[in-house]
Design a protein around this ligand. Sequence first.
Ligand code: SF4
Ligand code: SF4
Length: 380
Amino acid sequence: MSVGFSTKKTLEGGPPTTDMTYILPEAETAICFAVPLEKSKIRPYLGKEHPRGRFDHVIDNGDVYLKAYKYAKVAADFLEEKGYKSAPVINNFKYREDVPDWRTKLPPLLALRLVAARSGVGSIGWSGNILVKGYGAAVLLGALVTSAKLEPTDPIPPEESPCDKCKLCVSVCAFRMFDKKEEDSYALGGYTFSFSKRNNVSRCYAVCGGLSGLDKTRKWSTWSPGRTPYPETEEDADRTFAHLFTHPVKELRIVGEEGSYAESKLMHDKIAQEYISSGDIASNTFTENFILTCGNCQLICSGDQDETAENYRILTNSGCVVTKQNGDNLILSKEEADELEKAGEIANPYVETSERRQYVEKIVTDIFKRLRKEQSDAPF
Ligand code: SF4
Ligand code: SF4
């Protein structure tokens, strides 16, 4: 596990989501750390191995998330006992509600990636994910904030970053959220951190949200059966997301797929249970319904050039998930999927419409259009 310490001073100049006092007014230090995902479960997920390739990783992913929260909670309780006000940071699925349009922007309570980069937990890769030596981006972050004044740690020098700018993370995002050339950056406490410009977050919301999964090349898909055409322009991306939002995929599981997050042992742990039932995170997140369809930009990147290239090969040869007219989801090769599509045997849930759906689509499109204009101010 990699650990780092940031203070209010070392986070100075960052976006509002690096303000640790939002979580705890007395906070002086943020302690951030990375917990690795189980590597052996990543390739079966990327390769859509049947029947357990997805859920072995989903269970690990959910458990590592809960583990990160648990470590933060235990450390915060320890510091409280020592007389310092402390609080674990909810590491996902809860957002800063004081930010305008927070429901659309989903601003984190604390931008863990920026805190992790500034405190040397890892290096920011081109995808914006944190890369840790030996693990690549296959880590989840956790953190706690405390009133204890601890010595800050330095960022990892750029020449030691495991990111070699291979840009494979760009090509494994089915809707290409990351720009291949243009950069964005943040300055924090005297250091600048650069990564790819986000073309439009609605591209990730559509794909990572499981609403669509077919890659731009139409040769492979995520675990989602959604086969929406690639949005070429950002206006298209807004419209596509708005349309998909009003036509959610009804069934994400594949016929014969085995496993469920109900198998998680950690879900029944006392601290995890208190957390899950606290109402602090989106309901249904860690139930037997917990499921993932993407995460490719993170999972592909192993921090080793050859391993990442092999992960890319596995994903792009993993076939496509499609929904047949009878509602069954299957994994097929590109050729089989194309043939079925030509024969009109793939279900198309996107054609149904109604006045209500059109009304909601218009609202969503307008919000995204406005937010794109403000993108440069968007919280990380
Ligand atoms: S895949 Fe990883 S190493 Fe390659 S550019 Fe993206 S973040 Fe960097
Ligand atoms: S999680 Fe998936 S959809 Fe979202 S940015 Fe990464 S690759 Fe793209």
